[in-house]
Write a protein that binds this ligand. Structure first.
Ligand SMILES: Nc1ncnc2c1ncn2[C@@H]1O[C@H](COP(=O)(O)OP(=O)(O)OP(=O)(O)O)[C@@H](O)[C@H]1O
Ligand SMILES: [Mg+2]
Length: 364
């Protein structure tokens, strides 16, 4: 098993810079997720690590060894693609055996049988071994594809959105399975996705990628609690963070011509006093707004319920103060509301995020 290091990696396709000066250090045995929107450069980064593309600049190290000039076959990585590429008209067993029969390895029959049996146990596909792959469901195929990657013990596993073609229920199941497989195998996973829930639930650490650049690296908690900029704040968290443009007036933030007059904490006031601007972006996550029937003591704003979305145990309220001041809050369990009803939204200022109006970076 191994660490992965990317040092100042750049990759350009004609006039598109897919990956810009990326630096990453993935630790041995880590479940590391590269998270970003479509076109961010995620697949390109994985393909570079696999050796399927060659970087224009920079170095790639596997297990502290520079592999920049080594071809894919000798890098000893396993790749699981978004579109599972099983051999049709072969059985599941034959598909799993394939990587073990490569010329580079040539394992004895007994060894191959043992490995296939171990892997099919881990993935719960023992009952499928004799089946032809064309008759499998999407979820079963994806398990076999993952099985084919883990059947040999490569240095690292590279996975490119392996769950994106599955339905919601299966995706959730497979999130748990993958996290468990990672523990069982005790190996390094470098996983790519645009799905923030996948990243939040499975990763030891996440790197947020946008337009070929790394914006932030941290544990899921760190990234959720202290997003580096507005992009990360919006990209992570469901329902999405509420963002407001605010004018600064002493220790108050004035939103939408006093639709909300927001008192800052002393610490936030100190932070803003140093900051020589008239405006700021303030972000508050929906779960950091408490809903009550009575007016609260501070930052409590009378709001109208204009829509309520149930997500099972709780409701997400879409609230309105005026036509411009619209936001989401999470209602406590059993808090019943009707459309048009007036309630109070109590913003927990100490949990709010302050960002520079121009650079969109977090104030610190
Ligand atoms: N072989 C190629 N030739 C030309 N441009 C490419 C090639 N591969 C990728 N690109 C471009 O590089 C950028 C990054 O692509 P990449 O596939 O790495 O993004 P991604 O983050 O994996 O996106 P998605 O979430 O849609 O899979 C895109 O603008 C893409 O069009
Ligand atoms: Mg991709």
């Amino acid at each position: 098993m191994a660490s992965i290091k990317l040092k100042s990696i750049t990759k350009t396709f004609k006039d598109i810079t897919a990956v810009k000066e990326i630096d990453l250090e993935i630790k041995d045995k880590e479940f590391f997720i590269l998270l970003g929107p479509t076109g961010a450069g995620k697949t390109t980064t994985l393909r570079l690590v696999a050796g399927l593309e060659k970087q224009d600049k920079g170095e790639i190290l596997l297990d502290n060894k520079n592999v920049s000039d080594i071809g894919p076959a000798l890098r000893d990585v396993a790749f699981v693609f978004q579109y599972y590429t099983l051999y049709p008209n072969y059985t599941v067993k034959q598909n799993l055996e394939f990587p073990l029969k490569s010329k580079l390895r040539r394992l004895p029959r007994k060894e191959i049988d043992k490995k296939v049996s171990e892997v099919s146990k881990i993935l719960h596909i023992e009952h499928l071994l004799g089946r032809n792959t064309v008759n499998l469901s999407g979820g079963e195929m994806q398990r076999v594809a993952i099985g084919r990657a883990i059947v040999r013990t490569p240095k690292v596993f590279l996975m490119d959105e392996p769950l994106s073609n599955l339905d919601a229920k299966l995706r959730e199941e497979m999130r748990v399975e993958l996290a468990r497989i990672h523990l069982d195998l005790n190996s390094t996973f470098f996983y790519v996705t645009h799905d923030q829930i996948e990243a939040m639930t499975m990763a030891d650490r996440i790197a947020v990628l946008n337009e070929g650049e790394i914006i932030q690296i941290g544990t899921p908690k760190e990234i959720y609690k202290t997003p580096e900029n507005v992009f990360v704040a919006e990209f992570i968290g469901s329902p999405e963070i509420n963002l407001f443009n605010a004018a600064i007036e002493d220790n108050k933030l004035i939103i939408n011509e006093r639709a909300m007059v927001y008192s800052m904490t002393d610490e936030q006031h100190r932070l803003i006093s140093k900051y020589n601007r008239k405006n700021i972006i303030v972000g508050v996550r929906p779960e950091d707004i408490e809903i009550t029937r009575e007016k609260g003591s501070v930052n409590s704003f009378k709001s109208t319920v204009y829509f309520s979305q149930s997500i099972g145990a709780e409701d997400i309220l879409n609230l309105k103060i005026d036509n411009r001041t619209i936001f989401k809050a999470v209602a406590p369990p059993k808090f019943m509301t009707k459309i048009g009803e007036k309630i109070y939204a109590n913003f927990r200022m100490e949990k709010s995020h302050l960002f520079d109006i121009e650079s969109k970076k977090r104030l610190k």
